[in-house]
Ligand binder design. Structure first.
Ligand SMILES: Cc1ncc(COP(=O)(O)OP(=O)(O)O)c(N)n1
Ligand SMILES: Cc1nc(C(=O)O)sc1CCOP(=O)(O)O
Ligand SMILES: [Mg+2]
Length: 217
């Protein structure tokens, strides 16, 4: 499958509103069906986030995600690992504050990939809004979340501060967001969101994604 170039990826990133992180669902064995449903519901970007997964199963899971993303016109994202992102032909690499520095990650992952940054306070968000090589950033957690245990939550105050700063780069709110809480996130000024459990744990992932997408887009 031919990959998208950097300009197309950035354009799609700019148009994206709903970003999903999922693990490889080895416990359920339904990755292909799950991602197909989430994408059919309107997810714009899917990240494989499976902490501690070995390279071979990670690449196998990414092959499933890549095929589904291609079919649905969505972006494929890899968490943490620039080498895996490059081999998998991912569109996006997501890096946290303690992950690879962006210059090293870009040297490994190549030019035709967008790089995202996690931020947890206003200094980090302001830096990510202008840092060379960064294409988008996330602010969170909006609420404490079992998906990222031990990460203190700056809450919606960080969303408000980021929205007031009017960054030129796309940015997403993350952490504890679900359909019930989404109106508060939007009222705080976010126009793009990242979710995990709101879709991965939904009985009907397609309906869950569609409800979030309708509210956020
Ligand atoms: C889209 C998106 N936003 C934030 C994160 C969190 O990244 P990080 O802080 O590096 O934590 P881990 O996910 O690696 O545990 C993310 N992965 N994706
Ligand atoms: C992976 C991750 N990163 C966060 C951050 O703030 O950077 S919050 C988070 C987990 C979000 O999961 P859920 O939607 O299940 O609450
Ligand atoms: Mg990380």
């Amino acid at each position: 499958m031919p990959g998208l170039d950097a300009t197309e990826i950035r354009q799609r990133l700019n148009d994206a509103h709903l970003y999903l992180c999922t693990d490889a669902r080895h416990d359920r064995g339904d990755l292909a069906e799950f991602v197909d449903a989430a994408l059919a519901g309107g997810v714009d970007i899917i990240q494989l986030r499976d902490k501690g997964i070995e390279a071979k199963p990670e690449l196998a899971a990414l092959e499933i995600l890549a095929e589904a993303c291609h079919r649905h016109g969505a972006l494929l994202a890899v968490n943490d690992r620039a080498d895996i992102a490059r081999i998998a032909g991912a569109d996006v690499l997501h890096l946290g504050q303690d992950d690879l520095p962006v210059t090293f990650a870009r040297a490994v992952a190549g030019e035709d990939i967008a790089i995202g940054r996690s931020t947890h306070d206003t200094d980090q968000a302001s830096a990510a809004a202008v840092e060379d090589g960064v294409d988008y950033f996330c602010t969170g957690p909006c609420w404490p979340t079992p998906t990222k245990l031990g990460r203190p939550a700056p809450g919606l105050e960080l969303v408000r501060a980021t929205a007031s700063a009017k960054p030129e780069r796309p940015w997403f709110a993350i952490g504890g967001i679900d359909e019930r809480r989404l109106p508060e996130v939007l009222a705080a000024g976010a126009t793009r969101i990242v979710v995990v459990r709101a879709i991965t744990e939904a009985e009907d992932p397609r309906a869950a994604a569609a409800a979030l997408k309708a509210a956020v887009a």
